[in-house]
Design a protein around this ligand. Sequence first.
Ligand SMILES: *[C@@H]1O[C@H](CO)[C@@H](O)[C@H](O)[C@H]1NC(C)=O
Length: 293
Amino acid sequence: MKTIIFIFILITIITSTPSTCSDALTMQECTSIINGIHECIWYENQCQFKTCQNSQIPCDGQVYQGELCSNTKQGCQSVKQCSDIDNQESCSILKPQGIECYWDQSCIIKNCSHNTKSNCKLTNDEKCIYQNQKCSSINSCSDIFEKSSCLVSQIQGLTCIWMNDRCITNSCKAILTKEECFQSVRNSEKCFFTQNKDDTNYCLSCSQLTEQCQCNQYKLFGCEWQIDSCQEVSCNTYLNEKQCADDKECIWYKPMNKCLTIEEALNNDRACDIYISSQILNICTLLILIILW
Ligand SMILES: *[C@@H]1O[C@H](CO)[C@@H](O)[C@H](O)[C@H]1NC(C)=O
């Protein structure tokens, strides 16, 4: 009985409302279609999918059929790039494919040099810093030569620090005390203090050693010469259980048959727990549905 009622309701829903725009024969039917994905519009005596081209101005920022609309001199049009926009206002509002535009007699792709001091920040994935009275594009910490800009640079994904009147990447080398050095990790490498007999010691990490003999000297801290650079050997370079077990930092992770750091192994266990509980939840939901039916 329940099944029959259900099927009856389903058929009623399906047959009583037009489900795509072209099924609607009157303006009223056309505007009442809401199928959750497409809007319809009554245009040239037909019910059509709403698009930028058949919409009315103002339409800046509307999206129909996956296309971004802009007001233009020809009415509402879809735009794919900054240069498709023909007026200053739309140019400053719209971001075709996520790209910021800038109006300079025509609509062009914005870059650092178009920013003022107050909005000199990440622009279309370019890092921008205000120095020498203009907003300019930079790649690394060493491109920055003012202290105040150096210190705010991490907002844009650089980690710079100011040392000896220069802006430098915040690597192990920038750490001054032995204690802090041994507790620090920079760019996912552990820092360690050099072991020279005199007092010229400083903080560094494996990848900063450029000579093989120096690299070998710091085996104790996990450095190993590989092809042409010094690398920190991490657990996943051990391919068997025995080698893995010999390193106190590592653990042989049975589910993957791999050598992982203790932290990686714990994270994997957690992900596994979440997967199992979501599967249990799914089965319970299914059972409840079957019972209720
Ligand atoms: C920024 O755009 C201008 C055009 O307005 C261009 O002349 C300049 O080369 C661009 N700068 C960069 C860094 O791409």
